[in-house]
Design a protein around this ligand. Structure first.
Ligand code: SF4
Length: 140
């Protein structure tokens, strides 16, 4: 299979705080498959580290109140174009991210409050009917 994976899960230091979410179980799960690392926020031109962002009424707003939706949209579009060319079979995503979260995201109040919903990139994957799962779907 050809699998797109949130790059932070693979150990890339592209997370907002400059770190990563390296997951041994994700690495084990994708072993033997063709892996395409993706980070829509960095692809969209945001720096690392960067100010954390949450989605509010469909906009990407950072903790300073700045609207960074254009970066999120650019990153999503570029990544989706690349993945369409790659004909991927599956995406494995980082939970709760305003880009990659595919089940729940933070509610935009920066109070650690989760709501049902998708990040901007996960929403685009869903609209393209690309199967997706997040790190929590993989058994230990
Ligand atoms: S945008 Fe996705 S891949 Fe990039 S750091 Fe955030 S969760 Fe990880």
């Amino acid at each position: 299979m050809k699998i797109a994976v949130s790059a932070c899960l693979l150990g890339h230091n592209c997370k907002y705080n400059g770190g990563n979410n390296r997951s041994q179980k994700v690495l084990r799960f994708v072993e033997g498959h063709e892996v395409i690392p993706v980070c829509p926020e960095v692809t969209g031109g945001l720096p690392t580290p960067r100010i954390p962002v949450e989605l509010r009424n469909g906009r990407a707003i950072n903790a300073n109140g700045e609207d960074v939706t254009d970066f999120f949209q650019a990153g999503t579009e570029k990544t989706m174009t690349r993945l369409a060319e790659e004909h991927i079979d599956l995406a494995v995503l980082q939970p709760r991210s305003p880009s990659c979260g595919c089940k729940q995201i933070y509610d935009g109040t920066f109070t650690k409050t989760l709501i049902d919903g998708k990040g901007m990139f996960a929403q685009a994957l869903s609209e393209a009917h690309i199967p997706m799962m997040d790190e929590t779907d993989i058994p230990e």
